[in-house]
Ligand binder design. Structure first.
Ligand code: URA
Length: 257
């Protein structure tokens, strides 16, 4: 592929466009060992060897990261005011990364960050029915009857009847939890009975899990995505930490969806 030298260097994460131009002028960038080059030079990204201070500049076509998203960060590529999930990926080389799918600001857990639009399309397409499993702390005592309601396709509200979903009730405990109230967007505190559950859905409607628990007269107080398709959150990642997908994880995603 032919690409302008300055654009290539920016994409490779060397520096900003203006800084890159300075580096080129100073002769710190070479193309096939020639350092008398111009920013607008068209390079062949497959065959030309670009070096910065004598070290080869390599640009990965695609990057894939698994992030353990913390609450309080928005699922977007960039934002004028707020920190985004892509801002958390500090050692990326590509500048065109985006989150594959969205988690609400107060949701935690597995998010894939990549620039592979084709994989994103396949993972997010409603036709593919990619399953997503969430750990939920829900207000009150969720009774076993809810399992059948979820399994039969819960009537959530006037706009949504959920597709059959799997609800696993883990246990009930007394707990104090700080959470963001959906209506007021204020931080609230709940103290009382909480049911721990795992829910698997094969669709991804707006606020789907929260709406499903509301429909059974409960409320999501804590939400964490554990898996997407066959990709499981690496529990050794603390909140806010990330790592590249392993070749096996990537192959499994690409082959199955
Ligand atoms: N369902 C929700 O309600 N929120 C999320 O972030 C993900 C699924």
């Amino acid at each position: 592929m032919l690409e302008r030298l300055d654009k290539y260097l920016v994409e490779a994460g060397i520096a900003s466009r203006s800084k890159v131009k300075e580096l080129i002028k100073k002769g710190r960038i070479s193309v096939n060992d020639n350092n008398k080059v111009k920013a607008e030079l068209k390079i062949n990204t497959e065959t030309d060897i670009v070096k910065f201070d004598g070290k080869e500049v390599l640009l990965e076509e695609f990057e894939y990261f698994m992030l353990n998203k913390p609450a309080g960060i928005i699922s977007a590529s960039m934002d004028k005011k707020a920190k985004t999930v892509v801002d958390l990926i500090t050692d990326k080389t590509r500048h065109d990364l985006f989150p594959i799918g969205r988690l609400d600001k107060d949701t935690h857990g597995l998010l894939i960050i990549s620039n592979d639009g084709d994989l994103a399309h396949r993972l997010l397409s409603p036709k593919k029915h990619v399953s997503k499993t969430y750990f939920v702390k829900a207000r009150g005592h969720i009774r076993n009857e809810a399992i059948k309601l979820f399994n039969d396709g819960l009537i959530v509200d006037e706009e949504l009847t959920a597709k059959p979903a799997t609800l696993k009730i883990l246990n009930t405990a007394h707990e104090t939890i700080n959470y963001i109230d959906e209506n007021s967007r204020q931080e609230c505190q709940y103290s009382g009975e909480v049911t721990y559950c795992e829910v698997t859905i094969k669709e991804g409607k707006y606020h789907q899990i929260k709406r499903m628990f509301k429909a059974i007269d409960s409320e999501v107080l804590y939400l964490k995505r554990l898996s997407m398709g066959n990709l499981k959150l690496d529990e050794s990642l603390d909140e806010g930490q990330y790592r590249p997908l392993t070749p096996k994880e990537l192959k499994d995603l690409q082959e199955n969806f």
